[in-house]
Write a new protein. Structure first.
Length: 579
């Protein structure tokens, strides 16, 4: 591999590439963006509340309507939601994974203090005009994991406070100029994993506060000159794993704050394998420079300074003055790497059990960064029994730490396996940049939710007799488990033969056994064996494996069964008393 240098000063840049010169980076420290929003935070400034859509709150998209009603304690249903309720609703509106395929203009009308909208992992294909009107307090909008194909100009009008916009994992094929109008506070924009082939010059116009732009694996094959014009605050630009084969010479001009640019996984033949992290003059001399290089792998790094280039070309090394002369040779040096260590990995945060509904996640920590795309990890790297990998993402942009999400197929056990890599050319292979494959396999078993059961009970009728129903968990649960229970009549009648019983059982973490006691009412009638039923329902933290049990009352009373059949209970009682 080779490294090609361009004269640069000030802060280090993560990637330096041949024919393209990066601007001088700002000396200022990068400030982390932290969103600390409480669920009920209503600190947003007062805003005029737009009127609700025709039909009121009940006419809104079902999932939106239900989510709003669930947040308002004073309202039992949509008919009781008032404009005052909407105007006070702050914090976040959680609509993730609700199966939403479309939204209506006015769905969010009146929510002037809302701070976050979570719409990820639905089936949205489009956004209606005016959807976000009046939402001037919203700071975070998550639309990732949908099926969005296109966005209209002004799609985000009204969202002047949004600083974080998630549009990754969609099907966007184009972005019109003006699509981001109104997002004057936007700082982080994620467009990873879309179907863009190119971008229009000016598409990011007006985003002067943008610091992070992530276009990884978004399908880009070309970029026009001026596409990043106006992004004077941009610090991090990720263009990894696209199909870029060439870049305009001035495509990064004007990015005066840029400190991190990543371009791996493209087709740019003039890019080097290692990264120049710093270039500075020694003792302020123009004829002596110190270059700092960060290798991409454990392999040897070859450093080459290309000469014999036209002085007007970007990156050319030339003398100063009225008649500049280019560097007449191409000096080169090779630095051997350290002995190769095996690539290893471990699972972190793997749950002991899953809930049977929704996904669970864990992290995979590698001994060093791996060169592989999100889609490949998700679709081909793991072997899962009893479920599917639904998401694979790098944690904080790191290539050595990944978060994986698994969707179980049922309540049964899920087995997750990351196999050893024997061929880095195979689909889903986990390898370091120098071709070292994962040296061992990983495997984990995640049990399904705990099963809860109730057993039959039997008792002889007598004064103080009680039917004792044993309710058990098949194994100790990691957290609390609750389940409701209630009796129902069989041949035994509540009030005559037993006392109707209902309630809720709570198993604390580690507990596996509980008892439901049903008092039996003693009488003098020999009615033979009588039965009642105990049913379990509404389990939380567990699933009901066997939720129905029979309670049997054995009668040993003096009243003959034949008397009861012939004369009835009341007449027989009188006869017994007379005897």
């Amino acid at each position: 591999m080779s490294l090609i240098f361009v004269r640069l000063a000030a802060a280090a840049l993560v990637v330096l590439f041949g024919a393209l010169a990066l601007p001088t980076a700002s000396e200022a420290q990068t400030t982390a963006l932290v969103g600390n929003l409480d669920e009920g935070d209503n600190a947003a400034s007062e805003t005029v509340t737009p009127p609700p859509p025709s039909g009121g709150i009940c006419a809104r998209t079902d999932q939106v309507r239900d989510a709003i009603v669930a947040r308002i304690q004073a309202a039992r249903d949509c008919t009781q939601v008032t404009a005052a309720h909407l105007a006070k609703l702050g914090g976040r509106l959680k609509l993730a994974g609700k199966g939403i395929s479309s939204l209506k203009a006015g769905d969010f009308a009146g929510l002037s203090k809302l701070r976050e909208i979570w719409l990820e992992n639905n089936q949205l294909t489009a956004l209606p005009p005016g959807l976000f009107d009046g939402l001037s307090a919203v700071e975070i909008l998550q639309l990732n994991g949908n099926h969005l194909v296109s966005l209209p100009v002004g799609a985000f009008d009204g969202l002047s406070a949004v600083w974080l916009l998630h549009l990754h994992d969609n099907r966007l094929s184009s972005l019109p100029v003006g699509v981001f109008d109104g997002l004057s506070s936007l700082q982080q924009l994620l467009l990873v994993d879309n179907r863009l082939s190119s971008l229009l010059a000016g598409v990011f116009g007006g985003l002067s506060d943008l610091t992070d732009l992530d276009l990884e694996e978004s399908g880009l094959s070309s970029l026009p000159a001026g596409v990043f014009d106006g992004l004077s605050s941009l610090q991090r630009l990720n263009l990894e794993y696209n199909q870029l084969s060439d870049l305009p010479a001035d495509v990064f001009d004007g990015l005066s704050s840029l400190t991190e640019l990543t371009l791996k996984g493209n087709r740019l033949s003039h890019l080097t394998e290692g990264d120049v992290t710093k270039a500075r003059r020694v003792d302020r001399r123009n004829d002596l420079w110190e270059i700092t290089v960060e290798p991409d792998s454990q392999e040897a790094v070859t450093i080459t300074l290309r000469g014999n280039r036209e002085c007007g070309a970007t990156g050319a090394v030339c003398t100063r003055g009225a008649d500049p002369r280019p560097l007449g040779n191409s000096p080169s040096a090779t630095v051997e790497g350290p002995p190769a260590e095996p690539l290893t990995a471990s699972f972190e945060g793997m749950p002991a059990e899953h809930a049977g509904q929704g996904s669970f996640s864990f992290r995979v920590a590698f001994s060093e960064g791996i060169s592989i795309s999100y889609k490949t990890v998700r679709d081909a790297s793991f072997t899962v029994t009893g479920g599917d990998v639904t998401h694979a993402r790098r944690v904080d942009g790191r290539r050595d730490l990944w978060r994986i999400a698994i969707e179980p197929d049922s309540d049964e056990t899920v087995t997750v396996r990351l196999p050893e890599t024997t061929d880095c050319g195979a689909s889903g292979a986990i390898c370091a940049g120098d071709g070292r494959g994962l040296s061992h396999s990983l495997s984990a078993t995640v049990s399904g939710p705990v099963g809860i059961s109730v057993a039959d009970a039997r008792v002889e009728e007598a004064a103080g007799a009680v039917l004792e129903f044993a309710v058990t968990l098949e194994r100790a649960a990691a957290g609390a488990v609750t389940v409701d229970y209630a009796t129902s009549d069989g041949s035994a009648q509540a009030g005559d033969d037993y006392t109707a019983t209902s309630g809720t059982l709570t198993f604390r973490a580690g507990e596996t056994d509980k008892t439901v006691s049903v008092p039996v009412l003693d009488d003098a009638h020999d009615e033979g064996e009588q039965t009642l039923t105990l049913r379990l329902s509404a389990a939380s933290g567990a699933v009901i494996a066997d939720g129905e049990a029979t309670g049997t009352i054995e009668n040993t009373d003096p009243m003959p069964k034949a008397w009861l059949a012939r004369f009835g209970r009341t007449a027989s009682d009188h006869a017994v008393e007379a005897i």
